[in-house]
Design a protein around this ligand. Structure first.
Ligand code: NAD
Length: 487
């Protein structure tokens, strides 16, 4: 008897039930060995007062099956609900977002007929940790959090993916010319891990020129690995230039769980009309079949789908009178794919996923072999200076503070405003006073947390509002902080 793989299934909102119904018919006709456990998540659950949009029973199902095929979810606008997708990715440890981006020219119009790239986006860190604070009346802050294990995990995943799927090159995108510590770490780890895969080419581009090249020469890219925010932006750029936003599926992969969905939303404007294109969700389901090691079924469905597209059987969103043969609705499109099961495309290259070779990719961030020698050497004290007290005056209070911590610089938005500043009108209302154990960096000596508390007390006594203190450390003698512009 064939053992069926248990899959948690959420129909989703809007067009979700229609496109999921179509995909399930195709999976069934292709004899995918799956057993579905249907859960309810999304709009209905939000409206019942469950703010995550995910009831307990859904979590239980996910823990059991570890695979989710999900229709698009409507996120109520402006009501403060957190994105269900972000909650799921983080709670389930889905660290990699994998988005293949392919052009289907000449059947789907695009200026770039040869796009075949995969974006592998880090899914849990960066500004998407969602750690934000309002520091003063006027100043807001969002923390960009990057960890070594997080970088190792996603970058290793990208190389493993390239290896498994016979890709030739991995390109890293970062902005390490500006964010030298966070993006710098990502780039450094990319260079380190690339050495372990000598058969795969690797290169790095600054994300701005990288994005411009994706928009103008997308066919130059193969696998792209990048941080969360950049990945979010370039995924849509790439999908758009391929001309196929409605066709793309995406996988959210963790070591123990995975979630598969279309990249588009719930399209409430066309819900219930039987006109939505089920291809995005179908392509996600194909990725799911590969992930759970049913490559034969994935091969059969993808070839049948490619044949349907090149036979010109198109839903309204990709229908073009001069390129298409027949405009069909959701159900008729699904039937056209089913009718072509067992056939192969003649224009597009046929796909072939070899049985047994696509077991899940598991990647972990390693632990450093030796912990570095970490020394506390100073503190950055961020203050709400809404009364615009001039930097000179602030500095005077601390010049004779004590002999452990010395005020070395005051900055505003990263720029030095004391001492010797030439800025005509500095922004004073949110500034940072940097205290170090020595004025020069090569003479820094260790201090204690008690010294920092004394400093805090001093600000308190002066009635200056401290909004945040960031400790300054050295690691094996290397600075663990950036210098202010002009310091
Ligand atoms: P959308 O992707 O739902 O729709 C954008 C446009 O594309 C609409 O004109 C729509 O009709 C069309 N479209 C989308 N999918 C289509 C398909 N399969 N076939 C044919 N046409 C299709 O984006 P939106 O309107 O910005 O968002 C609607 C809702 O979806 C919002 O609540 C949003 O939060 C949610 N959303 C969910 C997800 C997800 O669950 N992963 C992703 C994006 C947006």
């Amino acid at each position: 008897m064939t053992i069926k793989t248990p899959i948690t299934l959420a129909y989703g909102d809007g067009i979700g039930p229609e496109i999921m119904g179509a995909v399930l018919k195709i999976l069934d006709a292709a004899q995918a060995t799956l057993q579905f456990d249907v859960i309810e998540v999304g709009e209905k659950i939000y409206l019942q007062g469950e703010s995550s949009g995910i009831p307990d029973s859904a979590w239980q199902s996910l823990k059991r099956t570890r695979v989710l095929l999900k229709g698009p979810i409507t996120t109520p606008q402006g009501s403060g609900y957190k994105s269900l997708n972000v909650t799921m990715r983080k709670t389930l440890g889905l660290f990699a977002n994998v988005r293949p981006c392919i052009s289907y020219a000449p059947y789907v119009p695009t200026k770039f007929p040869h796009i075949n790239l995969v974006i592998i986006r880090e899914n849990e860190e960066d500004t998407y940790a969602g750690i934000e604070h309002r520091e003063t009346d006027e100043a807001y802050e969002c923390l960009k959090l990057i960890t070594r294990p997080g970088c190792e995990q996603i970058i290793r995943y990208a190389f493993e993916y390239a290896q498994k799927f016979n890709r030739k090159r991995v390109t890293c995108l970062s902005k390490d010319n500006i964010m030298k510590m966070t993006d710098g770490l990502f780039h450094r780890i990319f260079n380190e891990i690339a050495q372990e895969y000598p058969q795969i080419e690797h290169n790095h581009l600054i994300v701005d020129i990288g994005t411009a090249l994706i928009a103008t020469h997308p066919e130059r890219f193969d696998v792209i690995v990048t941080l969360n925010l950049y990945g979010d932006i370039i995924s849509d750029v790439a999908a758009q230039v391929a001309g196929s936003v409605g066709l793309a599926g995406s996988a959210n992969i963790g070591n123990h769980m995975a979630m598969f969905e279309a990249i588009h939303g719930s399209a409430p404007d066309i819900a219930g009309k039987n006109i939505a294109n089920p291809s995005g969700l179908l392509n996600a389901a194909i990725q799911m079949l590969i992930h759970i090691n049913q490559p034969k079924t994935a091969t059969a469905i993808e070839n049948a789908w490619l044949k349907t597209i090149e036979d010109g059987i198109h839903t309204a969103d990709i229908y073009a009178p001069n390129l298409s043969q027949q405009k069909v609705g959701t159900n008729a499109f699904a039937q056209a794919v089913i009718d072509r099961l067992g056939q192969e495309p003649t224009h597009f290259p046929k796909v072939y996923y070899e049985p047994g070779s696509y077991a899940k990719i598991q990647c972990y961030g390693g632990k450093p072999a030796v912990r570095s020698k970490k020394l506390l050497v100073g503190a950055d004290v961020f203050i709400d200076n809404s009364d615009d007290i001039p930097a000179e005056e602030l500095a005077k209070q601390f010049l004779a503070f004590d002999n452990t911590l010395k005020l070395v610089v005051i900055t505003s938005r990263g720029l030095k405003i004391w001492p010797n500043s030439t800025i005509e009108e500095p922004y004073l209302r949110y500034c940072c006073c940097r205290f170090q154990s020595a004025r020069t960096l090569d003479q820094l000596t260790p201090i204690t947390q008690a010294d920092v508390i004394k400093l805090y007390n001093k600000f308190n006594n002066l009635n200056v509002e401290v909004t945040k203190i960031a400790n300054l450390y050295t690691y094996d003698g290397q600075l663990g902080f950036t210098l202010a512009q002009g310091q």
